[in-house]
Design a protein around this ligand. Structure first.
Ligand SMILES: NC(=O)c1ccc[n+]([C@@H]2O[C@H](COP(=O)([O-])OP(=O)(O)OC[C@H]3O[C@@H](n4cnc5c(N)ncnc54)[C@H](OP(=O)(O)O)[C@@H]3O)[C@@H](O)[C@H]2O)c1
Length: 313
């Protein structure tokens, strides 16, 4: 557990990797390219030191441009920023892993990646189409490769030194156990949707026991319905503690011991989300025990097809 007035600067040890990961991270899944670049620059200038992108988001080039411009200004160095990107489903065949990784490095204009994740455990038909479909619109899966084989190719990247740690994304606890049991280089991070409406306690316990960092995405509930930031327990605590609902949700996530990712294209919200400080233990308990709504907002974990599930507002 992290207890610190300096919560925003907390770092978690990577027991199966090198060094530490900043607990508070910035995600770059922003549909507009100009907005992605501007938001990434704003996040770095505000103080975020972990950036998450993915081949599938199509934002690596913009994130790379933003980092290059910020590094050139000389106030922040490459080594101070923890960069995460992900292998897409069409590249699970071992022979495709290194080329995909090298392509991501090039777009990001970097010579190493801090953390490379397998984006989902689902292998899609290899090829240039990110979302291969049959004539009936069904996803074409690749049954010719096992996740353990993809993991083996990920391990090679670490051995070759251009990637400091590897991990899994959009997986349940059984898949993490499966890979953990066969891995020579264990997953350093497991990256999944998690927030007070989807706390993933069982997965978090397993990760804690095995020295894996759980990184929570959609830490604010992705601005979806039901709206986490309008939850009465969150809003009441926010009022009581003199913070915004977003700051309360982020503090809960950090103080229970996960790393997290939040995203905004709005500079004032980027600052608000970085300005997170600890809330009292009774507030943490009230969120953990008092909020009983349970909902998964992103369907990727079921099929490998990314996307937040549309719900009426
Ligand atoms: N592995 C995966 O399958 C996967 C899937 C989804 C996401 N991710 C990663 O996780 C990152 C975070 O996920 P997310 O985008 O769902 O995060 P999120 O922070 O839960 O949601 C972002 C949404 O919340 C709004 N928002 C941000 N700060 C706010 C604040 N202080 N008050 C009110 N609203 C606020 C943003 O609006 P504005 O932008 O309009 O300000 C945006 O609509 C992504 O960028 C991506 O890197 C991974």
């Amino acid at each position: 557990m992290i207890h610190s007035d300096n919560l925003r600067h907390s770092r978690l040890a990577l027991h199966h990797g090198t060094g530490t990961i900043p607990a508070l991270g910035f995600g770059t899944l922003i549909p507009d390219r100009v907005a992605t670049k501007n938001a990434t620059k704003a996040a770095l200038e505000t103080g975020f030191r972990a950036l998450d992108t993915a081949e599938r988001y199509g934002t690596e080039a913009e994130v790379g441009e933003a980092m290059r411009e910020v590094f050139q200004m000389g106030k922040i160095k490459r080594e101070e920023v923890f960069v995460i990107t992900k292998l897409w489903n069409t590249n699970h065949r071992p022979g495709r892993v290194k080329p995909a990784f090298e392509a991501s490095l090039k777009k990001l204009q970097l010579d190493y990646i801090d953390l490379y994740l397998i984006h989902t455990p689902f292998a899609f038909q290899p090829g240039d189409l990110p979302d291969p479909r049959d004539a009936d619109g069904r996803v074409i899966y690749d049954t010719g490769v096992k996740l353990a084989e993809t993991w083996g190719a990920m391990e090679m990247l670490v051995t070759e030194g251009k990637c400091k740690a590897i991990g899994l994304s959009d997986v349940g606890v059984d898949k993490v156990k499966e890979i953990f049991s066969i891995a020579t280089i264990k997953p350093a991070v497991v990256h999944v949707e998690s927030h007070p409406y989807l706390p993933e306690w069982e997965l978090l316990d397993y990760c804690r026991q095995n020295g894996i960092v759980l990184q929570a995405f959609a830490a604010l509930g992705h601005n979806s319905e039901p709206n986490l930031l309008a939850d009465p327990i969150i809003t009441t605590l926010a009022q009581r503690e003199g913070k915004t609902p977003a700051q309360v949700a982020l503090a809960w996530s950090l103080q229970r011991g996960t790393a997290l990712l939040t995203t905004s294209k709005t500079p004032s919200r980027i600052r608000e989300n970085f300005d997170v400080t600890a809330i009292p233990e009774d507030a943490i308990r009230e969120i953990s025990e008092g909020i009983t709504t349970r909902i998964r907002l992103n369907g990727v974990v079921e099929t490998g097809v990314p996307g937040f599930i549309p719900r009426g507002k």
